[in-house]
Design a protein around this ligand. Sequence first.
Ligand code: NAP
Length: 257
Amino acid sequence: MIPEVGLGTWKYAGGEAPLRRGIELGAFLIDTAEMYRNEDRVGQAINGLRDQVFLATKVLGSNLRRDQVLRAAETSLRLLNVDQIDLYQIHWSNPSVPIKETMGAMAELVDNGSVKHVGVSNFSKRELQEAQEAMPNVPIVSNQVLYHLKRRDIERELLPYCQENGVTVMAYTPLADSSLTANSRLRRDGRLETLEQVATETGKTMAQVALNWCTSHPNVMVIPKSNSVDRTVENCGASGWRLSSEQIAALDNVYSP
Ligand SMILES: NC(=O)c1ccc[n+]([C@@H]2O[C@H](COP(=O)([O-])OP(=O)(O)OC[C@H]3O[C@@H](n4cnc5c(N)ncnc54)[C@H](OP(=O)(O)O)[C@@H]3O)[C@@H](O)[C@H]2O)c1
């Protein structure tokens, strides 16, 4: 089981406190990547809490040859200072490496216990299908993709496919890098007013409404990033309640795909 709100760490510079507070509040999935160059800091932040945390990291799309994948996983384990990665994701696809080779390496990591679950990121429906076919004995449990009120491209094809096939969609940049809640163009065209109105109705903040809108879709979880304890607490408060179908419809209407 994973929480519907986790903790992103791209450009994270908050030290230990926001991550530890988030874990305390139930956002126990932490997402990092070899690209973020912060796996060592994430490892330090969860010191003493390993058994309470679901650790997700990623191998670079430019490191997808078998030996590169195995080496990258070894480095991530060392930097994170753990014995096992809970979710190892392919950061993006790479057509210059046969998918069979990459998925074979991922399966090896599962077999030798370095990795518990395999996921992908930025994969289209077709890429996801091909990756799964190339690794028939290990399920691909997640696809981490861009998803927020203003970017709803996955609703056409990828999201329905993931929902039908039990693949978790990990929505990245779910606050649109904070532009959802502070953007004058959105105010001019009325979209911000709708978000504000739903926030007032629910007694939640606009960020909480935006995150809850994502998780109102089956199989979708969010991984907002914040350097601050207060905003981490706010983001965790996006979980444990539901927007009404009328509120979702109002948001869908002004943020149409
Ligand atoms: N797989 C991929 O290719 C990929 C790509 C992009 C991101 N990701 C993952 O997804 C995570 C989240 O995406 P992201 O960091 O790009 O964007 P995001 O979470 O949508 O937005 C982060 C920005 O929003 C601000 N913020 C956080 N909470 C807020 C709140 N309650 N109200 C207003 N502003 C708030 C943050 O500022 P403060 O820090 O100052 O609070 C930061 O500037 C990343 O950290 C990373 O783990 C993955």
